[in-house]
Design a binder for this molecule. Sequence first.
Ligand code: NAP
Length: 484
Amino acid sequence: MSRICVSLSGGAAIAGRSFVEIRLDRGSSWPVIPAGCDAIATCRASWEGGTFAGSEEERRALVERAASSGAWAVDVEARAAWRPARPGGVKLILSHHDFEGVPADARGLAQRMLSEKADIAKIAATPRSAGELRALIDLQRDLGARAVVVPMGELGAAARILGARSGAPWTYAAPADGESTAAGQWGEAELRSLYRFERISPSTRAFCVAGDPVAHSKSPWLFNTAFAKAGLDAVYVPALTRDGELFSTLEALGVEGASVTIPHKVDAARGAAADATARRTGAANTLTRRDGGWEATNTDAAGFLESLEAGLGRAAKGLRVVVLGAGGAARAILAALAGPNVLFLAGRNAVKTGELAREFDATPVPWTVGKGIALDVLVNTTSVGMEPGVDETPFAAAGLPAGCAVYDCVYNPRETRLLREAAAKGCRAISGVGMFVGQAARQWKTWFGKEGGSAIKEAIEEFLGEGKGNNETKNEKVKTKNKK
Ligand code: NAP
């Protein structure tokens, strides 16, 4: 099983931890190592992205002192002109860091480190595409416990967790949110408690939410909480996925199922074997890998309809509905309501909006919604108002007719500015949280072939109750401002 190595800078406390990296170049002096704690001594050179300002002789002396004062391992750049003296038993990690990309010869580099008698070869590199991400993940899988491959940056963050499935002996973590020593590094608490990192093995089933952006998603909290409750050996990660790279990213990560979010839902339906719901919607939020191929469905439409009807307290029939936005969520909403309701569509791109309106027999209208429309429901399907842009609203509440209901697909935050202002105007305000939990419960059924039972129910209740999920699942992914 993989371990969590907490990277400590500036004298952060070692007490209570069993595996740490002491960053001697980042304001930490070598501490007394408590019994039972494995400590890696790292004094990263400035020419390799570290902050050590002294001479190479001083650097070497610091590392060698640590080696003879209880270090479990020392980490030295493969490019350094020296190798530290170390007492028997102290391991040697040779490392290479690339903050701009992935070295074309990453595999050769790792092999040279191992042939130089490194106990562990460490390759930290920054993937810029699904192809580069795949190269790093494959390298980890091929070298197993002999290498620590660290995919840096936002594109690499998911693989820092999933590397445990490929035999990575450890992943680096920050002691707390915001204290990372490398781009894309996770916080220790989140890795341990939400992702249950130390339980991940090659047989752990892997899922993800694929999007750009993706950090707003509460799906990792919901699914990982439900997996833990169900005792399932499975993990669910947020995977930043660039345009045109949806399937190559999923293949690189080796996941068997994915929730798909902004802006990939149409690509998801087009690039997979789509079921009737995904075909009708023209967008998919759920992908499942079966028999070597991808199957697509859409659980947003049913999740939306269920929560709209619950919010209105009546069936969605004979309603006059204005939908704002013409992306993936709009497709699901139009598909859910088309037929028994009168639909209007407002989008910022006239051509796209016109085409979508035709597809679902809706009438394109200006954003401000013309006076002539006696509106029952306004549905926001744009991402305007979503974290971090919580002060924005897609629609001026002053333009809302009295008595209409407002549904906001944005669920993070739960109470958006649009909903707040609509409620203040006396409109019924319905949060997209209901849609979120409804679509997630259906995704579970798609992936596992049966209802999530009490596990998903309890996770959803926790999510809904006291705002717990909302407050704690900020996707505490450590800010990527620092570089090693
Ligand atoms: P998407 O496919 O990228 O579509 C977003 C749509 O919003 C596009 O039509 C886009 O216009 C429009 N838009 C974006 N910014 C705009 C702005 N400033 N002014 C006017 N229009 C703007 O994304 P999506 O997958 O539909 O998701 C949209 C939102 O719904 C996200 O916040 C997502 O989290 C939320 N959502 C929630 C649930 C739930 O379960 N509650 C489910 C699905 C989605 P263009 O077409 O011109 O790009």
